[in-house]
Design a protein around this ligand. Structure first.
Ligand code: SF4
Length: 330
């Protein structure tokens, strides 16, 4: 594909909004919220696709989608225990871009780029520049995977692996397919939710063609994120053979009440996506204003259990450094 034939999603990606005041102006909220600025903002800038902004409520400074992306001044607070590497990623690196925490699985940090910057992201301080296996050290990473017969599942993560071009993804997956003991490819991505344009025929074609079973773990925290366009994208992925799961993060002021979590599970059910995990916030520096105490999380899960069938109740989990799996809290 030449440079003149940019796919629609790449144009949408190139046009993401990066200026907090521009975002507020679009929503009729100029000067209603104060953003961090200077170096702090430069290190983890605002990034939000226009189609995601279109789902926010005009004039509502508490809109749950706006609050996930707006770089509030609260990020400048320094809070004990909120650190730059809250889940021990740096200790789990076994080859360039390869993280191994759990038996049978290995996670590939494919890119540092995302279509959106979620302000609570546990990798917001991750040194992506040092960990890009798609650059010169890919062969070393591949050989580590080939030599470890215990690994049957590779997780493509990032950043967001679906910001890579189809040709890069296809080449990477073609290499992975040559490893006989790999059975599953798990893709952790927020793009079907925040940039559904990404799910186009080019992407669906290579998904259909791989011998690997594809499990796509999408990331929606609020029912308002799943509009009709997102529903169509998710349906296309299923038709192409992907099994779809959702992971959400429990976030103060966004989804930390019963009605919001019930609506999220119901909406996910409407679009045939299984609510998989509800993560307690990883204590990452700059995100303490999103924190919900564990006990409130447990009470919320107990209360939504009374409103939903068991299969629509996500597992409340926390990732703890050095553990053999995620810790199930409820
Ligand atoms: S899309 Fe995922 S990796 Fe990217 S900022 Fe959001 S939570 Fe972090």
């Amino acid at each position: 594909m030449g440079i003149d034939t940019k796919q629609a999603w790449q144009t949408a990606l190139a046009n993401v909004i990066k200026d907090p005041e521009e975002l507020l102006a679009q929503l009729g909220l100029s000067h209603k919220l104060t953003a961090i600025d200077g170096d702090m903002l430069k290190k983890f800038p605002l990034r939000v696709p226009q189609s995601y902004i279109n789902k926010m409520r005009h004039g509502d400074a508490h809109d749950p989608l706006l609050r996930q992306v707006f770089p509030l001044i609260d990020e400048a607070l320094t809070v004990d225990n909120f650190v730059t590497d809250p889940v021990g990623d740096s200790l789990a690196i076994t080859a360039p871009g390869l993280l191994q925490k759990y038996h049978g699985r290995a996670l590939l940090v494919t890119t540092g780029a995302c279509a959106i910057h979620c302000r609570y992201c546990f990798r917001r301080h991750f040194p992506y520049g040092d960990s890009n296996p798609l650059a010169s050290q890919w062969l070393e990473t591949l050989s580590t995977l080939r030599n470890d017969l215990t690994i049957n599942e590779v997780i493509l993560s990032g950043g967001d692996p679906l910001v890579l071009t189809d040709s890069k993804l296809a080449a990477m997956v073609a290499d992975l397919e040559t490893i006989p003991h790999l059975k599953r490819l798990r893709i952790h991505t927020r793009l079907p939710i925040v940039l559904p344009e990404r799910i186009d025929q080019h992407l669906l074609k290579w998904i259909e063609s791989t011998r690997l079973q594809i499990i796509m773990v999408v990331h929606a925290n609020h029912a308002n994120e799943i509009d009709n366009e997102v529903a169509i994208a998710l349906n296309d992925l299923q038709l192409a053979g992907c099994q779809l799961l959702n992971q959400a993060v429990l976030l103060k002021g966004i989804n930390d009440y019963e009605e919001s979590l019930v609506k999220l599970s119901e909406r996910l059910s409407d679009v045939n996506v299984m609510p998989y995990y509800l993560h307690l916030l990883d204590p990452v520096a700059g995100a303490s204003h999103f924190d919900v105490p564990d006990q409130i999380g447990i009470e919320l899960i107990n209360s939504i259990r009374k409103k939903l069938p068991g299969y629509l109740v996500p597992r409340l989990v926390r990732e703890q450094q050095g553990q053999a799996s995620k810790t199930i809290i409820s």
